[in-house]
Design a protein around this ligand. Sequence first.
Ligand code: UDP
Length: 247
Amino acid sequence: MTEASGNHVEQRPYKRVLLKLSGEVLMGDTAFGVDVETINRLARELIDVQNSGIELALVIGGGNIFRGMSGTASGMDRASADYMGMLATVMNAIALQDAIERHGATVRVISALAIKEVAEPYIRRRAVRHLEKGRILIFAAGTGNPYFTTDTAASLRAMEIQAEAVLKGTKVDGVYTSDPAKNPDAKKYDTLTFTEALTNRLGVMDSTAMSLCRDNHMPIVVFDVTKPGQMLRAVSGESVGTLVQEG
Ligand code: UDP
């Protein structure tokens, strides 16, 4: 492994990033749905990033409302359950758009599923134009396909909009050798290669998302987005969380 505690490879400040936020991040300390205080804080932090001049696109998850796998566990057809999951991400996207707008910034929701009354359709060149104009972009409905995750959508969209990195904002401050909640000896990686992450099943993202990033030379930064200020630090290239990149 290439971890080097206290010896983190310095990242450069990014010009354009893709930030993946899991649905769980919107819950705050609640058990389901969207916590108003949390989404307001996130909106303020996203605007801080926008004001720093970094072009910011988001992919939002839906796990705080519905996950396809939980639907199949209770006997649903997988594709139907996944469509419900994708619609959950649209709800989160609208909530986040609302919070960002209430705080005075410009933002657009773009959906991979046609739902034109509430979100723009995904047209790559148009999405890039929004970024160039300094608008925050929220990609909703994942890839638009069942059997995928929003982590894979994040990797895919990052490539399409030519982002310099995928930043994965989670509730943990990086990738560990094992689950730090269960193992007090678990150690955090500062840096990691894609191959190490995949071989050791380190749970950075699912393997489809990871392979896509590896094959297309897209670095991933996993960081704790629940920590105030950490988002701006991550996009500014400070040493936060775990950097996953080619060896
Ligand atoms: N989903 C899907 N295709 C996609 C993205 C998401 O079918 O391209 C569905 C899938 O059921 C997933 C749910 O949407 O469980 C919510 O997304 P995810 O679990 O990635 O959300 P997160 O864990 O990031 O909150």
